[in-house]
Design a binder for this molecule. Structure first.
Ligand code: CP
Ligand code: NVA
Length: 304
């Protein structure tokens, strides 16, 4: 059987993604009710981090431990990756010793090259282009609060970045409408937008994007690796803050999500972020744990 990787949401079929979401919801209940099985006993996850992380590291590491497995934190500072050992060589060596690998890095081609030479499933834990694990948690969170996301409308406000690209893939795979509002020059990848067809609408007007949306979501103006553009982006993204005023254009029971970390009063107002009647960001963060456990169960089973 071929090894299954999760480099983008397009690596699983729509049915498989929905299975993972259902399993995540079930595994969350199992954890709450203290009836988790040691599904990862004897399994080791290799975690390669070339960028910072709180949620991703804690959720993968805790998830393995809770189900009887182990996780290795590998940073470029103390592995040969940081001293220039080719990714293809690292992939062959690391995947001969662990059962599954997750990578957070810069260029998306790095995870593709690693996966090509890996003997075990590889998970993209964020690249400059995509953040698919976050979308599993986001869709799970929507389903838990509002039911099926199919046919709903999501508004993305801000940068056409890795999160925005994964929202586009989610719109394709889970079959919902995505309204994207971004400043000129910060639009998402044009080919990806074209692939999404009429599921995706792009505007530079946040009010147009938010109008009637069942979910409004955003992310930092400057992502990891773009720190030097922070000041410039603060000016370019003026008017793209998600706040109660913008939410007033959305559907009556619309939710707010943010992958976190958030910059209060930049891309989201502090009041909205803390408004428990609209903002589900803490559930969304917790669901990284459950969604990724379900993803690892799926990939390990499917690659056997
Ligand atoms: N949302 C997310 O991936 O958070 P971390 O950068 O803390 O992992
Ligand atoms: N777009 C952000 C997401 C962080 C989870 C970044 O890449 O830094």
């Amino acid at each position: 059987m071929a090894i299954r990787h999760f480099l983008t949401l397009r690596d699983l079929s729509s049915d498989e993604l929905n299975q993972v979401i259902d399993l995540a919801i079930e595994m969350k209940a199992a954890k709450r009710e203290n009836r988790q099985e040691p599904l990862f006993a004897g399994k080791v996850l290799g975690m390669i981090f070339e960028k910072s992380s709180t949620r991703t590291r804690v959720s993968f590491e805790a998830g393995m431990a809770q189900l009887g497995g182990d996780a290795l934190f590998l940073s470029p500072n103390d592995t040969q990756l940081g001293r220039g050992e080719p990714i293809e060589d690292s992939a062959r060596v690391i995947s001969s010793m662990v059962d599954i690998v997750m990578i957070r890095t810069f260029g998306h081609s790095i995870v593709e090259r690693f996966a090509k030479y890996s003997k075990v499933p590889v998970i993209n834990a964020l690249t400059d282009d995509y953040h698919p694990c976050q979308l599993l948690a986001d869709v799970q969170t929507f389903v838990e609060h509002r039911g099926a996301i199919k046919g709903k409308t999501v508004a993305w406000i801000g940068d056409g970045n890795n999160m925005c690209h994964s929202w586009i893939n989610a719109a394709i795979q889970f079959d919902f409408k995505l309204h994207i509002a971004c400043p000129e020059g910060y639009e998402p990848n044009a080919q990806l937008v074209e692939e999404a067809g009429d599921r995706v609408m792009i505007t530079s007007n946040p009010v147009i994007a938010a109008t009637g949306a069942d979910l409004v979501t955003t992310d930092v103006f400057a992502s990891m690796g773009q720190e030097s553009q922070q000041q410039d982006r603060l000016e370019k993204f003026a008017g793209y803050q998600v706040n109660h005023q913008l939410m007033s254009h959305a559907a009556d029971n619309a939710l707010f999500m943010h992958c976190l970390p958030a910059h209060r009063d930049e891309e989201v107002s502090a009041e909205l972020l803390e408004d428990k009647s609209i903002s589900v960001v803490w559930d969304e963060a917790e669901n990284r744990l459950h969604a990724q456990k379900a993803l690892m169960v799926f990939l390990l089973q499917a690659s056997r």
